[in-house]
Design a protein around this ligand. Structure first.
Ligand code: NAP
Length: 314
């Protein structure tokens, strides 16, 4: 039995030795070599679309794909036979990095570091942002303290982020597929969107990319947000109707947007978002560095060999 791991990430392969499968490295940007096509296990990270679609056609023994991405849309779109192959996500490997980046985007939005930098580049002093200021004025998002932060997609990353927000005085609510209290946070389903969005100062989207989440935040739902509310998206670009968001930014019906993910990446030159008001563009920089990949692979490998259910199955 063969396990293939990619060259696109440095893994401590020694920690995976001692299991029955033999370990083989492969180039994630080139076709899998003929002598490895009979592998049963494939670990993926940043594979090229061609590598994955070739693998989907030619790796007929494949039983399990362990992606190191939290949202493995690349694997899901490559044409693997879902009736024969179990696909596992790397959810959990990106919690720290994405939580940290989301916190940075929220603070940038509240403290307007982006606007300060714009003034700096023009050699001007952004006096209106400094000196004595009203403390948390109504109808503005200027601080995490006392702010209502709604996290849409309340999974692993949201659970990592929440304590930092709460620690700085924010009040956090979640939206997911079911109601309940998770890690001390009230999580509601989309049935309660109207009420939750209307009370939101900053909406953090951490939804996976899927048919079910496509344009979850659309024109109608954007209208529910207060005029000062910011939208932060670190999930997937497809979860927002980008035309509707650009419209809302330009007509001032929301406060601003800090976006790390887009429907099309890289965001094409000349795209409207480069010019919309109060917009912070981050180049899919939140994650990108799986942490603890070896532990997840080893954990699932043990379960795979024992015929037990794997962690993070899609
Ligand atoms: N920007 C980056 O660099 C970066 C890095 C890593 C991950 N991501 C993205 O972040 C996403 C979330 O990662 P995670 O590790 O937190 O995933 P996760 O633990 O699987 O959490 C996903 C959350 O989304 C909710 N959800 C899924 N489909 C939904 C729907 N149709 N309506 C409402 N809620 C829905 C789930 O609800 P339930 O709990 O009710 O099932 C869950 O709370 C990934 O899928 C990936 O696309 C981006």
């Amino acid at each position: 039995m063969k396990l293939l791991y990619p060259t696109s990430i440095v893994l401590d392969v020694d920690s995976l030795k001692g299991f029955a499968p033999t370990l083989h490295v492969y180039d994630a940007k080139k076709p899998i070599p003929d002598d490895l096509l009979d592998a049963e296990i494939l670990v993926t990270w940043s594979n090229s679309p061609d590598n994955l679609s070739e693998a989907a056609k030619r790796m007929t023994n494949l039983k399990w794909i362990q992606s190191l991405a939290a949202g493995p849309n690349d694997v899901l779109n490559a044409g693997f036979d879902a009736s024969k192959i179990t696909v596992c996500t790397g959810s959990g490997l990106h919690d720290h990095t994405v939580a940290e980046h989301t916190l940075a985007l929220l603070l940038c939005a509240a403290r307007r570091l982006d606007e300060m930098k714009e003034y700096q580049l023009q050699g001007k002093w952004p006096g209106h942002l400094g000196g004595p200021q009203p403390d948390r004025p109504k109808g503005k998002f200027t601080s995490l303290r006392g702010a209502n932060i709604t996290i849409w997609g309340f999974g692993n990353i949201a659970k990592m982020l929440t304590p930092s927000l709460v620690g700085l005085g924010a009040s956090v609510k979640g939206i997911a597929r079911s109601n309940g209290v998770r890690n001390g946070v009230e999580v509601v389903s989309e049935d309660s969107l109207q009420k939750v969005l209307s009370e939101t100062d900053a909406l953090v989207m951490i939804l996976p990319g899927s048919e079910a989440t496509k344009h979850a935040l659309n024109a109608e739902r954007l209208k529910l947000l207060p005029n000062h509310a910011w939208v932060v998206n670190v999930g997937r670009g497809t979860s927002i109707d980008e035309d509707a968001l650009a419209e809302a930014l330009d007509n001032g019906s929301i406060g601003g947007a800090a976006l790390d993910v887009f429907e099309k990446e890289p965001l094409p030159e000349g795209h409207r978002f480069y010019k919309t008001k109060n917009t912070i563009i981050s180049p899919h920089a939140a994650g990108g560095r799986p942490q603890g990949a070896e532990e997840l692979i080893a954990y699932n490998l043990r379960r795979f060999l024992a015929g037990q259910e794997l962690k993070n199955v899609i």
